[in-house]
Design a protein around this ligand. Structure first.
Ligand code: SF4
Length: 462
């Protein structure tokens, strides 16, 4: 394990808690996220989310200033709640805190109670406070806290519904679709916490700024207390599952994310066990196709070194998947200081026989330094890896969040057997483009490989 000797973070491999909170809320039907903080916070979130998803993103702000920091943000929060209620009339307003309001110890719950009391005669939306102190943990924890807050405020026991709750974590709309497709093929109904598949990959519409009309409804979140069980695809976003288990006795399963053969097998087996289901032939065929794709690709990616960075579950899932493909994960980096992540990687590394550098709570500076020592033929991660890939003369396979220098981030699927097939094909084609001649038969020798890379960079620089 790398010992961090720096005194600061250089190029972080994570974002702040409200960013994860907003991502979770964008999958809730008719919900308005409101950041209790300065305007810059919501501008940053909207900017980052819009350039990734290429959709209009609405995030309100209480627009705190120097004066309100000193005297408290009660007036601003009350005014923001009033404006949103009158102008947008959403079903839910989810108020997330920020660095600023956490630092001054703002009593968001108290202010919201005061607002509800003062407007008891009006038809108000449900208002949920979510504490997301940005200077601890990361966007992954922000996501986790948001799903828990939604469930804690809304879930209520009634009649059993025979459904399964899925906490998706920060995955692409295409991956949410893949998971829904698997559940559909297994013939089991589900409640997706939260369903971004339509809101963040929407058809072109004339009303650019409209609250999200698709996504998980309030009624569905209420009904999560009556489900057969909860499966959190992310081990770092399972607090809502634990809460539902303790409060309502709903079974809770935490990961692993269904990336690759082993993890997807484990997901499908868990769902089948919860719902007492048989695996249909269509899913067995999909599994066979992924195995076939991996065999087809084997000669190109066997023993290729890979460095991976991103959210902890994504990195551990990708480490397992790429090692199933015969590749060697050399450097594995996440911004979260997670013992769970380290434990997971150690299990995979022992099982598959590789010895990676593990950076838990690492940044891209650390990762770059380790790549220089351990080597990598390909880097897997988001757009922030571009300069590292260029400097090392290796391709960057873009996946995760954010991707702002290529189109189609919302349509990148990697989960399940079908997402896995797409991943194997695309990754292998990236290696073919970079390391093989134009016919795809012969590897270019080192000299011509160097020439091709230089030409590529010259072209890009021009
Ligand atoms: S780190 Fe703090 S100040 Fe920066 S965007 Fe996040 S909440 Fe706002």
């Amino acid at each position: 394990m790398h010992q961090n000797k720096k005194f600061s973070v250089i190029n972080p491999s994570k974002m702040c808690q409200p960013m994860g909170a907003i991502q979770a809320l964008l999958g809730v039907n008719d919900a308005m996220p409101l950041i209790h903080g300065s305007q810059g916070c919501s501008t940053y979130m909207r900017f980052q989310l819009t350039r990734h998803f290429r959709e209009p993103i609405e995030v309100a702000s209480t627009s705190m200033s120097e004066k309100t920091v000193i005297y408290g943000g009660e007036f601003n929060l009350m005014k923001a709640l009033k404006n949103i209620t009158e102008k947008q009339s959403p079903n839910i307003i989810a108020v997330t805190s920020s660095c600023l309001t956490e630092t001054i110890g703002e009593d968001m719950e108290g202010i919201i109670a005061k607002f509800n009391e003062a407007n008891f005669d009006k038809d108000l939306p449900i208002i949920i406070p979510i504490s997301t102190p940005s200077y601890v943990e990361s966007h992954v924890e922000g996501y986790n806290r948001t799903i828990k807050a939604l469930v804690k405020h809304l879930a209520s026991k009634s009649v059993p519904n025979g459904k399964i709750n899925i906490i998706t974590g920060n995955i692409s709309p295409a991956d949410v679709k893949e998971v829904k497709e698997i559940l559909n093929n297994l013939n089991i109904e589900s409640i997706i916490l939260t369903d971004t598949s339509e809101n963040l990959d929407a058809p072109l519409s004339e009303s650019a700024l409209n609250l999200y009309k698709d996504g998980t409804t309030i009624e569905e979140i209420e009904d999560t207390a009556n489900s057969l069980g909860t499966f959190a695809l992310s081990k770092h976003a399972d607090s809502a599952g634990t809460y539902l288990n303790k409060k309502f006795g709903v079974k809770s399963i935490s990961g692993p994310i269904p990336l690759g053969i082993d993890n997807t097998d484990s997901f499908i087996n868990s769902v089948c066990k919860l719902g007492d289901l048989e695996i249909p032939e269509s899913i067995e065929k999909d599994r066979g196709r992924l195995l076939d794709a991996m065999v087809d690709a084997h000669s190109y990616n066997y023993h290729r070194k890979v460095a991976i960075f991103g959210d902890p579950d994504f990195v551990s899932g990708m480490a397992r998947f790429t090692s199933e493909m015969g590749m060697i994960p050399t450097v594995l980096c996440t911004g979260s200081r997670s013992q769970r992540f380290i434990g997971d990687i150690n299990v995979i590394a022992n099982e598959k026989g590789f010895k990676p550098v593990i950076l838990a709570g690492g940044d891209l500076y650390d990762m770059h330094r380790e790549i220089k020592i351990a080597g990598a033929d390909v880097l897997i991660g988001n757009s922030y890896g571009t300069h590292i890939a260029h400097e090392e003369g290796i391709p960057l396979f873009r996946t995760g969040f954010p991707i702002f220098d290529r189109l189609g981030a919302q349509r990148i699927a990697t989960l399940g057997y079908n997402g896995g097939i797409e991943f194997v094909d695309r990754l292998t084609n990236t290696l073919l483009d970079f390391y093989y001649d134009e016919s795809g038969y012969e590897m270019v020798d080192e000299e011509s490989e160097e020439t091709i890379k230089n030409e590529l960079f010259v072209r890009e620089e021009v």
